[in-house]
Design a protein around this ligand. Sequence first.
Ligand SMILES: *Cc1c(COP(=O)(O)O)cnc(C)c1O
Length: 500
Amino acid sequence: MNRTNIVVNLNEPLVFEQSAPGKSAYSLPPLDVEEVALDQIVDPKLIRSDIPGFPEISEVELIRHYTRLSTWNYHVDLGLYPLGSCTMKYNPKLNERVARIPGLATVHPLLNAPLAQGNLKILYRLQELLKEITGMAGVTLQPAAGSQGELTGILMVRAYHAARNKPRKYVLIPDSAHGTNPASATISGYEVKAIPSDQTGQIDLTSLKEKMSDEVACLMLTNPNTLGIFESRIQEIGRIVHEAGALLYMDGANFNALLGQTRPGDMGIDVLHLNLHKTFSTPHGGGGPGSGPVACQESLIPFLPVPIVAKDGDKFRLDFDRPQTIGRLHAFFGNFGMMVRALAYILSCGGDGLKQISETAVLNANYIRKRLADHYDLPYDTPSLHEVVFSDKRQERQGVKTLDIAKRLIDLGFHPPTVYFPLIVHGALMIEPTESAGKGELDEFIEAMIQIHRETVEEPAKVTGAPTSAKVARLDETRAARTPVLRWKARGKDEEKDEG
Ligand SMILES: *Cc1c(COP(=O)(O)O)cnc(C)c1O
C-alpha cells in the first residue's frame, strides 16, 4: 500500500489571508427584542472598537481551514510512530470516554474529601494497582511527567540520607541514560558521575565498583536501558549499591518491556518512576499533561510527597500528616485525567492483557530488528527487548546520515524514529514500534527502511534531499528551539522589522 501523500494540501493559506471584509462565521435573523448596547453593561473604556487584522471568514471556510491544517500533523491515530524510548502507543478511545464522565471531568479539586469519595477511590485503586504491578510498597501519583518523577524520587533519596544524618554527594548514572537523569540529579543538589557501558551495552560493573563509595547517594539505572537491553546483572548491581549504603533508582520509562513479566520490587530496586503517558497509554499531548508516578520500598515511604490517598475502613481521605515528606510536587493531585485514563486502561486489559502488551511490544521490536539487520548496522548484538537501536555506519559510507534517513521516512509516510540517542551510538536510529502495530504496518515500515537503504546506494541524493513532501524541509533546529517566532503579526507598519 502506498502511504505517501497522506497530507491533503500543503498550500493552505493563513486564516488571515482568507479573510475579506464583511465575511462572517454566523448569520442570525434580525433581533426582535430590544437591543442592549454593550457600553451599558461593560465600562466603555474596556471595549475595543477594532481588533487590528482580525480575520473575517465564513464558518465553512473556518472549519475547512483548521481541518486541513490538522492533516499536516502526524499523530498516533494516523500511523506508526516509532519514536524509541517514547512509547508512542495507541491511546484507546474507551479511556477518553471514561475521562469525560462529568463527575470525573468537572469535579473541583478543592471539593472536600467526603464529597469526592469516588474520585479518591480512583486514585487509590490506581495507586494500589501500580504497587502490585511494580512490586513496591508505596506510590505517589503526583508528578506530572517522567522527569518530575525522577526529581521526586531523587529528592526522596536525598531526604532518606539526610534523615540518617549521612548526606551524600554523588549520583552515578550510566552514559546511556536519558538526559533528564543527570538534570534531575543536579537539580536535587547532587554531582553526577557517569558510568560507561561495556561492549554488551550494559553498565560496566568494574567502573561501577570503582566509583561506588559512601559518598554516593544512589545509582540511577534505566532498565531495560535506552539500548533496549535488559540489565541482566541487576541483582548484583543492587548488591554493590546497597553494600555501600546507597540506593538503587530505576528509570522505569521503558516499563512497557517488563509489564506483567517481572517487577522492580523483586529486583532490589528502591525507587522508580513510571510514565503513564508511555506504558499506560495516556496521551503525550503537545508536551503534556503527562503523569509520572513514583513507587518506592517501605524505607522510603515516609518521604513521599503529600498528600497521599489513604483508606480508613471503606472511606477515602487525603493524608497530609506526614512529617518527613519532601512536600508537594504539584498542585492538588497531579494530572487527574491521566490517572483516570490509566486506570481504565489497566482494568480493560486485565492481568493477562498487561502481560500480552509487553510480549507483543518485544516481539514487534525484534521482528524489525531481524528484518533490518541485513541493511542497517546493529552496534550491539546483545538481545534487545521493546526497542532496537541501529547506527548509520553502513549508510554513512555513501554520504547518507541518520538525519537523512529520518527525513526520507517522512516522504514515505512514517514518523521518524528517535535519532542520535542514546549518545553512545554513533548516528543512532532508535526504533520502538510498541504493541499497537500489526504485522502489516510493521512490514510497510520495514519496506520503507529497506527502500531508503537501496536509495542510499543507488540514488543517495533522493535521501539527502528529503523530505520533499513536507511543508518545511530542514529546519535550523537550534534556532527553532532557542528563538522561536510564534506570533503572526498583521502586515502593516511593523512588517520590515518582523521576521515572523
Ligand atoms: C521519556 C523518558 C523520560 C522522561 O519522561 P518525560 O515524561 O518526558 O519527562 C525519562 N527517561 C526515559 C528513559 C524516557 O524514555
